[in-house]
Design a protein around this ligand. Structure first.
Ligand code: SF4
Length: 493
């Protein structure tokens, strides 16, 4: 591996909050959304996003999206190396193009902007992104003609920060699935041709399954995509604007094989893992069972990125069967789950197909059923609620509060997030903390109480059987205790 990529013309990287394995626990990575707090920054970063192992600056694993870009550029014959941000100086002088992967570069994503507006401080992830852009080696290379291209799920945020783009000389921003686009942009940069400043990948340039390359080096925490797109069409979501495509088993297994070079766990990524192989909102029993059985033959554990409550509630027996397969080798698994609201009226307005195959007016029941099944089958959901979405009424908030109360006995985290204009609501206004009324505050408090009630149990489960648990667990517990103390001081019992 020595001097693996020195002399490469295209360097790929991401800031520290993304180039980490989060102690092999994706939930822990959410710590980067918080702003600096009572824990010293060096300790906090070690606890929540420690640096990844590298060989000569080349990380053993990198964010999945960056790996896809790396694979695509290699497929097109470019000279590429992925480098950890701390080793850029070693590679960047020979480079002509620097591609940077971003998730939430300015902390405008729902989780980080909510925390930042409550705690009135800039979140870690935007601080670390800025620190990356301020690296003297990047400034030096810029003076010698380096072109900077950014891509990834957080690119939309640059439209809110034009001064930043200018200040740091970002040459091109690519929003959307970039496989069919990145080659021509990098080629133009190498040929010193003009670059589009903001390239929104149109539907016609969305890659088909055959056009999506397989990753050629491991992704962080064994992440592998099993499909792209979503058919539910929620108004506040940008994913829904893309076509639905599911990867065949062979493609998934090939990527798992790449990842097993460094780890034995697979994190299946899709907007709804339960709908693998399905063309609508009804899970396909055969395909889902086969997927999990086949993956588990190759791995020691499986995680899910996201799943929907409606799909779980629509097929309880199938869900238990999947759990049975997964729990052969692990004691729990996690997924991000969108509850968003407890109000049938708001469901109808902003996410009419979220409950499908059930009716939108049945949404609270779908949530209760789905969450109950998750609890019984050891899936720990990290649930989101949207606060302050346009058109929300006091009655909607009361219904959400009631739903949170109903979920008290369900092992889960429930996180209220302030509305961020995205998807078909991208021209609406942001929700600011100053707009939070008494009911919003009550909802935040109920969620906090719910999370405090479950957090110890979740920490125990999350680190069970891990050799480093003894070392880390006390720190996370201390973190929770201090927040609990602060909440108590603020009058939340
Ligand atoms: S919020 Fe989730 S369910 Fe709704 S469209 Fe987006 S990905 Fe699909």
């Amino acid at each position: 591996m020595e001097n693996a990529g020195e002399g490469c013309k295209v360097v790929l990287t991401a800031d520290r909050t993304l180039m980490s394995n989060y102690h092999h626990n994706e939930f822990v990575g959410f710590g980067a959304c918080a702003p600096p707090n009572f824990i010293p920054d060096w300790l906090y970063s070690w606890l929540f996003f420690p640096p990844i192992k590298t060989y000569d600056g080349v990380p053993v694993a990198a964010p999945y999206g960056l790996r896809k870009i790396e694979a695509q550029l290699l497929r097109e014959g470019f000279d590429v190396v992925t480098v950890d941000q701390d080793y850029l100086a070693k590679y960047i002088d020979d480079a002509k193009v620097l591609c940077i992967h971003v998730m939430d570069p300015f902390g405008l994503g729902p989780a980080s902007s909510t925390l930042a507006s409550i705690l009135k401080k800039e979140p870690f992830l935007s601080q670390y992104f800025r620190a990356l852009m301020e690296k003297p080696e990047i400034g030096r290379a810029k003076k010698h003609g380096l072109k900077i291209i950014v891509g990834g799920p957080g690119v939309w945020q640059f439209t809110h920060r034009p001064e930043f783009v200018k200040k740091y000389g970002i040459d091109c921003m690519i929003e959307g699935e970039a496989e069919k686009v990145i080659g021509k942009v990098v080629r133009a940069a190498l040929n010193k041709e003009g670059l589009p400043q903001y390239y929104e990948v149109p539907i016609e340039e969305t890659p088909s399954l055959e056009e999506i390359p397989d990753i050629i080096a491991p992704s962080i925490n064994g992440m592998v995509e099993i499909g792209r797109g979503c058919c539910r069409g929620c108004k506040f979501c940008s994913v829904t604007l893309r076509p639905l495509r599911w990867y065949p088993y062979e493609k998934i297994l090939k990527e798992i094989e790449v990842n097993t070079e460094i780890g034995k766990e697979a994190l299946l990524h899709a907007e709804d893992v339960m709908l693998y192989g399905s063309k609508n909102t009804i899970p396909d029993d055969e395909k889902l069972v086969k997927l999990h059985g086949t993956v588990l033959e190759k791995c020691e554990g499986i995680g899910w990125s996201h799943c929907s409550l409606a799909a779980v509630a629509s097929k309880p027996r199938l869900f238990s069967k999947i759990a049975e397969i997964m729990l052969q080798k692990q004691s729990w698994w996690g997924a991000e789950v969108g509850i968003e609201t407890g109000s049938p009226e708001l469901t109808k307005k902003i996410m009419p197909a979220k409950a499908h195959p059930f009716k939108p007016e049945e949404w609270p029941d779908v949530v209760r059923t789905g969450m109950g099944l998750m609890h019984d089958n050891k899936l720990i959901p990290a649930c989101t609620l949207i606060v302050g979405v346009p058109g929300e009424t006091e009655d909607d908030i009361i219904k959400t509060i009631e739903l949170v109360d109903d979920l008290k006995e369900i092992r889960s985290l429930i996180v209220p997030l302030f509305f961020v204009p995205m998807g078909r609501l991208k021209d609406d206004n942001w929700f600011e903390e100053t707009e939070a009324n008494k009911l919003h505050q009550e909802l935040l408090i109920r969620c906090l109480k719910h999370d405090f009630y479950w957090i110890d149990n979740i920490i125990d489960l999350a680190f069970k059987g891990k050799w480093y648990a003894k070392l880390l667990r006390p720190f996370y517990r201390l973190f929770v205790e201090v927040i609990r103390y602060k909440a108590k001081k603020a009058g939340i019992k």
